[in-house]
Design a protein around this ligand. Structure first.
Ligand SMILES: [Zn+2]
Length: 260
């Protein structure tokens, strides 16, 4: 289907570079949509991959289900100020890895549900951004590393998968979207972050510095962590060992789901 020239993703086709993956070199997809529950989730789990994608020429958009309005123990800060701060931090973090399109859905932090309202909102974003790949959180819990499986992450992942299949491709799902000119779109592939059984690993050794810069942009969340770089390097080294990459390499992990 030809692009509508009024759409934001109507840039001329250009050649795409490759990602280094455990399954072999992989041509970067033209369009990627990342759906995450909270500001900073994409940066902890996937920012090295995002930087590799944008360097390879992928056009990446972020969809944030919440704006992190439960992410501070300081009750003297108003919710409105916290939302503004966290959206600003996520926007800066995105810029560090080559992403300038961010969509905030403003569902309530700490109370995300995989309900029809969220499926509707994510489906609208999928139809508008027409991604070749969606990266979202795993709806399956990691019992050995429970903090990766915040209930909001599980719910955001479940809703995103439901939006990929069947909602965004079904013309009869959410008829208001069609009435708004958002045509059905089939997403062919999904990568789940923080999945208990990952099977697709991306080499992020060359984008580690960008990932750390993105994480530091979330100063309200990471400013107190003097050991941030060391901690993240340790995680990524461990993941690279799981992927059987050469010693000293760094990796991020996903579960790949074919959806077309
Ligand atoms: Zn989170």
């Amino acid at each position: 289907m030809p692009d509508d020239p009024s759409e934001p993703h109507s840039s001329e086709p250009h050649s795409l570079g490759e990602l280094t993956m455990s399954v072999g070199p992989r041509t970067a997809p033209a369009r990627v949509l990342v759906v995450m529950a909270h500001p900073d989730d994409v940066d902890f789990g996937s920012a090295g991959t995002i930087a590799a994608l944008t360097r390879a020429g992928s056009q990446v958009a972020y969809c944030l289900v919440t704006s992190g309005d439960a992410g501070s123990d300081d009750l003297t800060v108003s919710t409105a100020d916290l939302v503004a701060l966290r959206e600003k931090e996520q926007t800066e973090a995105a810029a560090r890895v080559g992403v300038t399109e961010l969509i905030f859905l403003h569902h309530p932090d700490g109370a995300v549900e995989a309900n029809l309202a969220l499926r509707h909102d994510i489906s609208a974003v999928i139809r508008r951004t027409t991604p070749d790949l969606v990266i979202c959180q795993s709806p399956a819990r990691i019992f050995d590393r429970i903090f990766a499986s915040h209930p909001d992450h599980l719910a955001a992942g479940e809703a995103a998968l439901c939006a990929v299949y069947p909602d965004s491709r079904n013309p009869r799902a959410f008829p208001d979207l069609l009435a708004d000119g958002l045509a059905p779109h089939t997403v062919p592939e999904v990568w789940l972050s923080a999945h208990p059984e990952p099977d697709a690993f991306v080499d992020v050794t060359d984008t580690f510095d960008a990932k750390i810069a993105a994480l530091r942009a979330h100063a309200s969340q990471t400013g107190h962590r003097d050991d941030l770089e060391e901690m993240i390097r340790g995680w990524l080294e461990f993941t690279a060992i799981q992927a059987d990459f050469a010693e000293g390499r760094l990796a991020e992990a996903f579960k790949r789901v074919v959806t077309a």
